[in-house]
Design a binder for this molecule. Structure first.
Ligand code: NAG
Length: 68
């Protein structure tokens, strides 16, 4: 009985958080799109080149979810 309860809880959690493969809305999103999906209105890409030639892509989220 207890194991059935845990199974139901587990399935409900998976559905609630969209973890089933193919149902995760974030699966094809870019990092910037994910930030916006989670309520961060502004998210920017910043590029930097290191002295030895590597190109770094950084994601800057300047404000919290409520814009502060
Ligand atoms: C993600 O992209 C793949 C390949 O283009 C596509 O088959 C799949 O349906 C997409 N999944 C979602 C949730 O958009």
């Amino acid at each position: 009985m207890l194991s059935v309860l845990f199974l139901v809880l587990f399935v409900n959690l998976r559905l609630a958080y969209g973890l089933d493969s193919g149902h995760d809305p974030e699966i094809n999103m870019t990092t910037i799109q994910m930030a916006q999906w989670w309520g961060y209105k502004e998210a920017n890409i910043v590029y930097a080149q290191t002295e030895d030639g590597y190109l770094l892509e950084m994601h800057h989220i300047p404000y919290g979810r409520n814009g502060k």
